[in-house]
Design a protein around this ligand. Sequence first.
Ligand code: GLY
Length: 595
Amino acid sequence: MRKLALSFLMCAFGTLVATGACSRNRHPADTALAPAGWAFPADQVIPTYGTDGMVSTTDRVASEVGAEVLRRGGNAVDAAVATHFALAVVNPEAGNIGGGGFMIVRLADGTTAALDFREKAPRAATRDMYLDSTGKVSERALVGHLAAGVPGSVAGMWEAHKRFGSLPWAELVQPAINLAEGIVVHARLARSLQSNVADLRRFPATAAIFLVDSQPLRVGDRFVQRDMAATLRRIARDGKDGFYRGETAELIEAEMRRGGGIMTREDLAAYDAPWRDPIVFEYREHTVISMPPPSSGGITLAQILNTLEGFDLHSLGYHSPDHVHLWTEAAKLAFVDRNEYLADPDFVPQPTRELVSEEYALRKRAEIDADRATPSSRVLPGLGPFARTARTARREGENTTHYSIIDRGGNAVAVTTTINSLYGNLVTVAGAGFLLNNEMDDFAALPGTPNQFGLVQGEANAIEPGKRMLSAMTPTIVLDPAGRVKLVTGSPGGPTIITTVAQIISNVVDFAMDAGASTAAPRLHHQHLPDTLFYERDGLHPDVVAALRARGHDVQARSGYQGDTQTIVVLPDGRLAGVADPRRGGAAVAVRSAR
Ligand code: GLY
C-alpha cells in the first residue's frame, strides 16, 4: 500500500492573494474547474455584493424580509427570526414552524453559540414503533401522524430572540403574517407543488391549502394561508406559548387523535431548545464553528477536514483523480464513525473530543491507501472503547433549507431547518394551517438496516421517548486566521449536507475560490454505505471517473444536483459577497449594494 506523502499547506485564502505564495492557485472564476457541459459554470454564478448586511435564503421573498429587518436596525438574530417565519410561509416544502433545526451564532465581540431546536420523540414513542408484523420498518415512519417529532422551530426562534434579539418579537413575526394573508405563487413553488401533487392529495387539510379542485396552485395564483396566519398571530402575541400551549397545542393534539398520532399537549409544553457548545476546530489556520450533536454535522465535518488537512490538496489539482480519491476516503472514514457513535448527547455519551482530535486524524490518515479505494466493509469505526456491535441503515430527508445572515455590525448567523422530507409527513394540523415534520425517520427505526438515504447508523440513535433524532444539518461559520468572520454557509441535503459544506470550505480555503466559484463547483458525496461515490451529472470529467473506477471506487452520477447552499464570504476589504445556490435558485439580498 502506497501512502500519500503528507505535506502541510500553510497557504490560506487571505494570504494567497496577498502574497501569491501558492502560484498554482486557480483564478476564482476559472471555468476549467468543471468539465465542459457542467450546468453551473463558475463565471456565471455572480455573487451579490453589499456593505451593510446580507441575507441569503432559498427564496427571494424571505431574503427580503430578513434584509428589511437589518435595514430597520435589527441585528442578524432578529433577521434570522423574521426570515425563519417567512420561510415557513413562502417555502412550505421545507421552511417551517412544524419542524426543527440548528443555529450557529458568531457575534462581532467573539461570542459563539449553538442553538439546538431539533425535534424530540414524543413521550409515548417506543423503540419498535415503526416495525410491522414482519419486523420491517413501515411507511408510518415517513408519512402520517406517527412520523412527527415534537416541533422545535418556534421554541428555537424564541430562545434565540430572548438571548440575542434587539427588536420586539411581534415585529419580527409580522412579515410572515402578512405573507400568509396572501402571496402570488411564483415559479419555484408552482413547480414544487406540481411535482408533489400526489402526496399533497393524501391528507384533506393539506390538499385544502395547496390544491384547488385537486390541482396544484399555478404561477400567478393567489396563495392564502388563513389558518397559518392565525397561528402566527398567536405566536406573535404569546411568544413560544402561542405554539406550545393553548389553542395551537390543542389543535395539534386533536390532529394527532384524529390520525393515530401520539404527540400530546404535555409533549409540547415540555419542549425545550437548549444552547450547546459548538464544535470548534482549526482548518489550515482558519477556525471552523459548527453544530454539535444531536447534529452529526460539526463532528463529521471536522473529521473530513482534519483528515484532508494532512495533504496538499492544491498541488494535487482540483478534482484530479488523486484529489477525489483522497476526499472520498476521508468522507468514508468520517461517516463510519458518524453512523456508529453519534446521537442525542442527552441520552448517549458522545466521544466528541476523541473524534475531532489531531491524534485521531493522524491515525485515520494512515489508513488511507493512495492507490486503491478501501472497501467500506473494511472501513471500521475507529474508537475501540466506544465500539458497538449493532448497525443501522437509515435515510434522512434531503428537503431541508438553510439561511445565512451577516449584519452591519459583523454579527453572523447560520441556520439550517427542516421538516425532513418535502412537505414533512404530509399532515397539516387542521385549523392551525402548518405542516408537521416526519423527523422520526431520522432515528434508527431498526438498527442495522438502511434508512431512506441508505445511511447505516448505530444503536446509539435508536428511538427513545424524549430523545432527539440524529441530524446531518451543518450550519457553519468560518473565521480567517485573524479571527474575523470569513464565511457563513450551510445547505439542505440530508447526509450530503456535511459533504457539501466540507467542499464549500475546502473550495475557499484550499483552492482560493470566491463565493460564486465555490458554490458553482461540482459536488461529490460518499457516506460509507452505500459504498458509492456520487457526483453531480457532468460534474466529473469522464477520464477522472475512469481513473477512479480503476482504483476500485464505485462511481455513480446522481440523478439530480447536490445541495442548495446559501453562502456569504467576507472579502478582505470588508464587503460581503452573498451567493444563493443556482441549483434551486434562491436569492442573496444585500442591505446596501456594492460592486
Ligand atoms: N432531516 C435531515 C437531517 O436532519 O439531517
